[in-house]
Design a protein around this ligand. Structure first.
Ligand SMILES: [Zn+2]
Length: 751
């Protein structure tokens, strides 16, 4: 077992013949590498542990005394480290439970759900019951309903197709869905669209419980009475405070009334444990659920409806609560108006040692490292902003309200936002804007993995090779110079930056080796983390090193290290995927129609059971994706041209980069992500302005590429999909024009 003892740096010294960093001259690269190495030696696991113990000592949800206390403590730390820091406050709608009831009133022995997570003797913070938020789903509307129960599996749209085939309707029913597969807010949303009157969400032990291993406190997995809290605010149109869509929730902001708020659920929702779920599920009759629907409880999973009849009651206190965002600044010495931003949230559902404190402490230690370098004489060229967000859990409130308040300035000045949110042992997980793909790959090559002593990049690559889904995928990972970034979805504070403001963003963190089931429960605390996760905090240190390197390298670069060759290659892949999806969709509908005509469904159905034959659908027309294909080609040409110029400029030490004024080129590069946005945003989703990525309307966390085209296809709006393709093509053409202009300016500077 490795200890927290410090490891030898990956490169013991900077060699003269080392290739310069991307966007740097040989000389400035040499200087930068020395500062970066100094930085990476600073983060200390002991500090990470001490910060975590302090920040997770008490429940610290939005509006709680310890939430404010933590914000003030972080403020003090930022100041102590040498940052110019302040707290920025907002006022948001944050409901907390007043009345909760789930009761089986018919179809089985009367049963009232406990809705309570018991303290565990060996876990010293699990008994802080007076400060713990009860188990609930925030932004569920108030309601009192009694209705038959229907089991809907994960409660995503495909599950309703299965129900329909069996002739089961959820109209007038309460649905019970298991956690997983989608963001939780999708489940009541889709349920309500199908006519359900209430929604219960539970953690099934197959996905989150004893199927994974020993349960807490013996092991890390979810115990029978553990419950996942969480927001169910409808985030398909916008994120943040429900009363101030698109604008900052400042003291005097113009607010909607609660009645006007569109993002509250349409039906009451409550989360429960698997101990509470079992008697309810057991009382459901009707057809046996398909194999893929069956969870890990020792019961026969059936779909209903009824005879189980449930009484569900949810009432909240609809209060306004303050948010405390902590903002710390290091002013840039040369380009103070160019901002590099780093953040993690500090609020939790309960004690939140893992989510979010395991990430927050690495960002704090990163800020301390920057402070140390300042004392040693380092002067970042650009302004660095460290942020500790409040209110992420209820709906990215703190980051969203801050971005909305400062959006005009951010669109002028912000170069990059780097987010973290939780950290554990394992592999570096890279997500983000593909204009930064090459940049963050290079950063990852310079950080050492604490367990294997490979670079974290190499370990991630080898892990991807081992887990590739096929030969093509494996070849791509092996042969491509950079690992592809996953798209950012809706799950954390990067969303307002990339989706609303069009700021190039990254999400970084380690994971994949520590597992467990304490997410959003009272057991996510210091005891759990220091027994079952990165307890020697060496991956915490690796994350500080990764984040710190990225922030410094962006802040000090001569030429902003955006790179478009990777980007164009990724966009090409996404365009191909969406075209492939359209073809698959056509094939599937054709095939289904044929089976209907042949009578294949009827002949295969057991006549003693209910089976409903699907209806014939119109075959989708062939759509015109030529504008997209042409735009990708233009984009690829511009990217190649830019790379050629940059290679020429960088030759022989790239002295030009260090000496010439690159202000005009950098000014264009800063806008390169903004150019991918449209002011009106995606169709029906004004807040989501980025045309290349957005969290899916029906997936929530998981991102969709080229969402306007993709989601219109999914909703079978063919004409709209084609129109969207043309609009996205225009956006890509604008991006190509910007890249070409940057290449021309760079070329002129070199002359
Ligand atoms: Zn989090």
């Amino acid at each position: 077992m490795l200890t927290g003892a410090s490891l030898a740096p990956l490169k013991s010294r900077v060699t003269a013949d080392e290739a310069p960093l991307y966007g740097y001259s040989a000389e400035s690269s040499r200087v930068e590498r020395q500062w970066e190495e100094k930085m990476r030696a600073i983060p200390d696991p002991k500090n990470l542990r001490a910060y975590m113990e302090r920040l997770s000592a008490r429940p610290h949800n939005v509006g709680s005394p310890y939430d404010k206390d933590n914000a003030e403590w972080i403020l003090g730390k930022f100041k102590e480290f040498g940052l110019e820091a302040h707290i920025e406050t907002f006022s948001v709608l944050f409901p907390t439970p007043k009345e909760r009831l789930v009761e089986l009133v018919d179809g089985g022995p009367h049963f009232t759900a406990k809705l309570q997570e018991p303290p565990v003797p060996e876990d010293p913070t699990s008994n802080q019951t007076a400060e713990q938020l009860p188990t609930y789903n925030a932004y569920s509307i108030d309601g009192d309903v009694t209705a038959p129960l229907v089991y809907v599996n994960y409660g995503v749209p495909e599950d309703y197709e299965v129900l329909e085939r069996r002739g089961i309707s959820v109209k007038g029913a309460i649905i019970i869905a298991r956690y997983g597969k989608s963001w939780r807010g999708i489940k009541p949303m889709v349920g309500a669209e199908h006519g359900a009157v209430g929604c219960i969400i539970y953690s099934d032990p197959r996905d989150d419980g004893y199927s994974g291993g020993a349960v807490f406190p013996k092991g890390p997995w979810r115990p029978p009475e553990g419950v996942q809290r969480g927001s169910v605010q409808d985030s398909s149109v916008f994120m943040g405070d429900p009363l101030t869509p698109g604008i900052g929730a400042t003291e005097n902001a113009k607010r909607l009334s609660i009645k006007e708020a569109q993002s509250l659920t349409k039906i009451p929702v409550l989360p429960i444990s698997y101990a509470d779920a079992q008697p309810l599920l057991e009382a459901i009759g009707g057809p046996v659920a398909p194999r893929e629907w069956r969870g890990g409880l020792a019961i026969t999973y059936r779909m209903g409806p009824g005879p189980a009849k449930v009484h569900l009651k949810v009432f909240s206190n609809w209060d306004m609560k303050p948010l405390y965002d902590v903002i710390g600044k290091i002013p840039g010495s040369t380009f103070p108006d160019e901002w590099v931003i780093r953040g993690n949230h500090h609020d939790a559902w309960v004690n939140g040692a893992e989510d979010p404190i395991s990430g927050m402490v690495t960002v704090l230690e990163e800020a301390r490292s920057m402070g140390e370098l300042l004392k040693q004489g380092w002067k970042p060229k650009r302004t660095i902003i460290y942020c500790a967000w409040d209110g992420e859990e209820p709906g990215l409130l703190g980051s969203t309200e801050w971005v909305e308040t400062h959006v005009d300035d951010l669109r002028k000045h912000a170069i990059m936002y780097v987010n973290s949110d939780s950290n554990s042992r394992g592999f570096l997980d890279l997500e983000g804007s593909h204009t930064l793909e090459h940049f963050i790959n290079d950063v990852a090559r310079d950080v050492q993995d604490p367990e294997t002593r490979l670079s974290v990049w190499k370990r991630a690559q080898l892990h991807d090779i081992e887990n590739a889904s096929g030969t093509d995928d494996r070849r791509d990972v092996r042969d491509r110079h950079d690992l592809r970034l996953d798209m950012l979805g809706g799950g954390s504070d990067h969303a307002p930056f990339i989706n609303f403001a069009g700021i190039a963003s990254l999400g970084i963190g380690f994971g994949g080796e520590d597992h467990g089931g304490i997410y959003h429960s009272i057991y996510d605390d210091f005891y759990w983390y220091t027994h079952f996760s990165d307890y020697d905090f060496v991956y915490g240190r690796a994350l500080s090193q990764t984040g710190g390197t990225a922030i410094m390298r962006m802040a000090d670069a001569d030429l902003l290290p955006f790179q478009f060759a990777d980007f164009a290659d990724d966009v090409k892949m996404y365009v191909r995927e969406v075209e492939k999806f359209a073809n698959q969709q056509r094939d599937e509908i054709q095939e289904r129609n044929l089976k209907i005509v042949e009578g294949a469904y009827e002949a295969s159905a057991d006549p003693r059971e209910t089976w409903v034959t699907p209806k014939k659908e119109d075959i989708p027309p062939h759509l015109n994706f030529a504008p997209l294909d042409n735009a990708v080609e233009t984009l690829t040409r511009s990217a190649t041209e830019y790379q050629k110029v940059l290679d020429r400029v960088s030759a022989n030490g790239g002295a030009v980069l260090a000496s010439a004024s690159l202000n005009e080129v950098n000014a264009l590069l800063i806008q390169s992500e903004r150019t991918l946005t449209t002011p009106e945003g995606l169709p029906g989703r004004f807040w989501y302005k980025h045309e290349l990525y957005a969290p899916g309307t029906y997936t929530g966390y998981a991102a969709k590429a080229i969402p306007a085209v993709r989601e219109n296809l999914e909703q079978k709006k063919w004409k709209e999909a084609e129109e969207a393709a043309a609009r996205v093509a225009q956006v890509l053409d604008n991006e190509s024009a910007l890249i070409t202009a940057a290449a021309a300016k760079l070329s002129a500077v070199a002359k």
